[in-house]
Design a protein around this ligand. Sequence first.
Ligand SMILES: [Zn+2]
Length: 604
Amino acid sequence: MGFISRDKATSLRPPYAFTGNPPRFRKYSRYISCLLFVLIALSIAVYFFPGHLLPRSLPSGHTAQGQDLRADDPVCPQADALVPGVNHDLWLTLGDALSTPLFQARAVRLVSGAVQIKGESFIDMGPVGNDSRWEVHAAMHTYLTRAFPLINKFLTREVVNTYGLLYTWNGSDPSLKPLLMLAHIDTVPVDDSTLGAWTHPPWSGAFDGTYIWGRGSADDKSGTIGTMLAIEMLLERRFFPTRTIVLAFGFDEEIGGAQGAGHISPVLQQRYGPNSFAAILDEGGSFGEEYGSIFASPGVAEKGSMNVRMEITGAGGHSSVPPAHISIGKLAAAIVKLEDNPFEAHLLRESVIYRRLLCLAKYGADMDPMLRQNIKDSMTSDQSLLELERILFNAAPIVKTLVSTTQSVNVIQGGFAPNALPEQVFAIVNHRIDSLSSSAAVKARDTSILEEVARRFNLNYNPFGIANYHSAAFTGNFSLVATTLLEPSPISPTEGVGAGAYHVLSGSIIAAYNTYNWTNSGRSKKDNTIFVTPALPSGNTDTRFYWNLSSNIFRYNHDNFGSPEHPLGGGVHSVNERLHVRVFLEMVRFYFTYILNMQECREA
Ligand SMILES: [Zn+2]
């Protein structure tokens, strides 16, 4: 489906719209700015269109500097708030419901009940059918069926690989590409040794008047229940879609998703074909205060990953007559070689991280003027770009990891007896592949870096199945094998032609945010405007199985993280995971706003 964008600009070149004081070189303030950037980079880690856009738009917001926001602004274009038009009254009614005590109690009850179902995913789980630990998800199926009777009545429900859930809400207009909404019903495990550190037991779903406590309350029972609650609310008001909506809930996202999304994806591929969905929405980015302004950060890409098994084999024998170098020493030399040669890291203008920097610099009210100016200059000056890179990398090594391929040797094994030469040793290198790179580039680089080790120790070298070096004085074999491989994801368009889907997402975020007055939430905020910036999550979600179904894949659930000083939640994948009830209610608002906006968009 060809979305028509309201964003006509694709260039990041001037005229830019930064303001701020002229630069003054103050190392200290730079340092503070960079530290703040670290916080932002860390927050990244946590996780659309219209031919005729029927929805009405609210008046444009304003930047922290008081400039008009327009989608055709060349730097970090912002969509207008997007409020459903045809379904405007319905949207208002749904919003009213969110503020009633009765509804809030229902929302709490629904999330709490889901948290109490202990759906942990363990890394060593066998296939469904061979491992009884999966069976807990049957209870979740029963729970969801009872909790959402209208979904059960009006949507087609299928189970895939026993515990994967696929709901189809057929739209009346088959010419419209469907919308795919993802979530997962499993959680990471609770470490029993941490039980004493939980304020409320992790499977209690306790509600203290503000937070719903427990494992999965945020990740991702809030996504599963939030999406279903939004749809149940629509059904209760007799809304039926024109555009088909498909819900796909995996049950092993936390351990890679192969059993859940890995089985659901082929069903969708076969049923709908490639590039058949208007957009895909999954868990991921959130919104909150950064540099004194509110930013929403939908993930628009993911890094790739690859595990490389480095194996050295050689003759065994008695350790009383060892050669100068044994296999363990050779493997150690290979690891040292890798660590002495980290991947080159560069801040590239086409990277998601750089585009995010531009947004932060343009709209972040409290950004140090020096850093803001440096970012602005980097748009046109390569020297300034290098300077910016140097400052960021020095102050915050994590930024370096986000914009480059990384390597980390996490497993090593070899040797079996103190008096015997090991015949086989191996180590596993985990690579996270830069969003702008590829597995082929990583393999080529590993191959060339490690060849010197093979030559030094007279090893036959077999990198990635290509025997490219044979030693005349053969002492053993050195092989590299990619044991797991995930390419970097495609990058969803956020500017220019093709970014229509992103603008509907952005407009929905802004509309949902504007409707609730967060200044009453007890958190200080200097400005009542939210800005949307593309982001790069550090991990992968179930979307990895759905790349070819849509070019518009967004990882975002409207979770409000508050600010680094005053977080509104916490404990994801750790102790004291909890969900602020107002944060959850606003997630539901975002879901029904987005669903309705998607309904009202048409192809040209
Ligand atoms: Zn999750």
